[in-house]
Design a protein around this ligand. Structure first.
Ligand code: FES
Ligand SMILES: [Fe+2]
Length: 378
């Protein structure tokens, strides 16, 4: 591999099945926080440029429909939901929310022969996990718009879940929108070299704390992992964990399409986080950070204190990406260097391999053959 390679959001995978505008279909994505969808109110959301109408049925189960009435395209989210059927606000067509099946068209007379039950609003698989409503976005050609019932599909992949290691823990969630393509959000997430410049704070780390690092990366299904290792001593969080007097290890994983998991273990104490960067539209994405832990579980104000620091970190990333987006508007040519940008290169290669396997129907060829040691300064 050369020392640098140009990287643009238009990877070779961009126009094949499963990668509309560089966004990967065929995965679960967090659409909304669970707490945002209450009672019978309908909420709008957007994933991969697809507008969604999200609500809860009378039993509290979440549903997700394409936010477009199959009659004349009115967003269904402007309609009325009575806990059982959703009524479009334009001509009152009524739909069952889970399957999208049409139940009634008020304008029909007894003489009309139209089979109402053969009309469907497009529905999406929807699950709740870790306080988010997740929606599975199939490839556009696998959807069932308008006049077809849902296709019998292969079983869906399992909805992602934050790893938890004890029955009692604290949990919190933070999010921030970014004005850029999801690829830039994701490679920012895996970029080890920006820390000392973007995340400076007197109590955390300074530019002077930069030193050489060496970590072993290894392939895992659909991604890669930084092998469990003793974390670097230049960050305050690990120094605080030292009070437990137990060996500390940390493990970081990236998994397609958009997830970074971090797991810190310190004897029976643990901290687990998942950061996702979800494409909302071609040039808009959202970071969702979800963390759970049992370290300092009983400490007063631990959740607000953690949120304060977490919010500061995410805002540092958000402001940086907002500035970068100003530069990216002019389509500059970009470069990815070894070894600091190697995870970013792997991300693009994983995407391309995923799309190729969908195109050919063959198993995915993993771009990383085996363990690799990367070295950089940060
Ligand atoms: S557009 Fe929805 S009923 Fe006509
Ligand atoms: Fe960052």
């Amino acid at each position: 591999m050369s020392d640098f390679a140009p990287a643009t959001t238009e990877t070779p995978s961009s126009n094949v099945k499963g990668a509309g505008q560089g966004m990967l279909f065929g995965f679960w994505y967090p659409a909304l926080r669970s707490a945002e969808v209450r009672g019978r109110r309908l909420k709008q959301a957007m994933l991969l440029g697809v507008p969604l109408c999200i609500g809860r049925d009378a039993r509290g189960h979440a549903f997700a429909l394409h936010d477009s009435c199959p009659h004349r395209g009115m967003p269904l989210s402007f309609g009325h939901f009575d806990g059982d059927t959703l009524e479009c606000c334009y001509h009152g067509w009524r739909f069952e929310p889970k399957t999208g099946q049409c139940r009634e068209i008020p304008s029909l007379t007894a003489r009309d022969k139209l089979r109402v039950d053969r009309i469907f609003a497009t529905s999406f698989a929807c699950e709740e996990q870790d306080g988010y409503i997740w929606v599975y976005l199939p490839d556009p050609e696998d959807r069932h718009p308008g006049s077809r019932p849902p296709l019998a599909q292969d079983p869906l992949p399992v909805c992602p879940r934050l790893p938890i290691f004890s029955p009692r823990y604290r949990i919190t969630r933070l999010s921030a929108e970014l004005p850029c393509h999801v690829d830039h959000g994701i490679i920012g997430l895996m970029d080890p070299a920006h820390g000392p410049f973007v995340h400076q704070a007197w109590w955390w780390r300074s530019r002077q704390s930069i030193h050489e690092k060496e970590k072993v990366f290894e392939p895992i299904p659909n991604g890669f992992r930084i092998r469990a290792h003793t974390p670097s001593s230049n960050s305050a969080f690990y120094r605080i964990l030292g009070v437990y007097g137990e060996p500390i290890t940390t493990k970081i994983e990236f998994v397609l399409p958009n997830m970074r998991f971090e797991e810190i273990r310190c004897g029976p104490k643990w901290f687990s986080s998942r950061t996702t960067v979800t494409p909302i539209a071609a040039e808009r994405c959202r970071i969702d950070f979800c963390a759970a832990w049992n370290v300092f579980r009983r400490a007063p104000f631990i959740v607000p204190a953690f949120r304060l620091f977490g919010r500061m970190f995410i805002e540092q990333d958000q402001r940086t990406m907002e500035k970068q987006a100003l530069g990216l508007k002019h389509n500059p040519s970009l470069m990815l260097i070894d070894d600091a940008d190697r995870p970013a290169k792997w991300y693009f290669q994983l995407k391309a391999a995923y799309c190729e396997s969908k195109r050919t129907g063959q198993p995915m060829q993993h771009p990383i053959a085996g363990p690799v040691t990367l070295r950089w300064r940060s």
